[in-house]
Design a binder for this molecule. Structure first.
Ligand code: CU
Length: 206
């Protein structure tokens, strides 16, 4: 009896492993490198991929955290999928009052210490600029995208967009220092294997 159930368990395990392997095998990672007009790598750029056939998988929005540390939002830029819940733990020993007036998400967390009882759900795509009513220098950006395929560029300007099914995509980039956000710079790519793409962003004159 024991042997039989062990055999069944192993069988189920093998099927699961095979399914996982199959998924891994068909998923593609695209490294998108973001530059400014002078060819310098740009960190903190939001990058996302839009399938050209318009078909996005059923969303499974997750959770994100934006801390307040030494009167600074950490991180400065957060990229999330529409529907994601964001919590705003205050790690300082003074109170903060976090708000956004942006149309993509308007909210205010009245003066608080510690962790607010409810996260904020970002339910529309677009940019939300966050501030603190007490400390004017505090600023953060939440960039919300419908696509589950997104990333944020690191110090080398590289954003990894992972778990892409092979197909045709437009990769778009947004940066908080962009001069004009009416049309995002983009690159198209048809891929069935890991690939690299470059995108140039026009930043505001410094
Ligand atoms: Cu504050």
């Amino acid at each position: 009896m024991k042997l039989v159930s062990l055999g069944r368990a192993l069988g189920a395990c093998t099927v699961l492993t095979a399914a996982l392997l199959a998924q891994t095998a068909i998923a593609v990672t695209v490294k998108v490198q973001v530059f400014d007009q002078d060819g310098h790598a740009l960190s903190d750029a939001a990058v996302y991929a839009v399938p050209l056939n318009g078909k996005l998988p059923t969303p499974h929005p997750g959770e994100a955290v934006i801390d307040q540390v030494k009167r600074t939002f950490v991180p400065l830029v957060t990229v999330i999928q529409t529907g994601t819940s964001v919590s705003f733990p205050n790690k300082d020993n003074i109170e903060h009052d976090v708000y956004s007036f942006s149309p993509a998400k308007t909210f205010e967390l009245d003066l608080y210490s510690g962790v607010p009882s409810h996260p904020v759900v970002f339910d529309k795509p677009g940019l939300a600029v966050l501030g603190c009513n007490i400390h004017d220098s505090m600023i953060a950006y939440v960039y919300v995208v419908d696509s589950p395929y997104f990333g944020k560029s690191d110090q080398n300007g590289i954003a990894r967009v992972e778990n892409l099914p092979p197909g045709n995509y437009e990769f778009r980039a947004w940066h908080y220092q962009m001069a004009d956000t009416t049309t995002l710079p983009s690159a198209r790519l048809s891929t069935d294997a890991d690939a690299d793409v470059k995108v140039t962003v026009q930043t505001k004159p410094k």
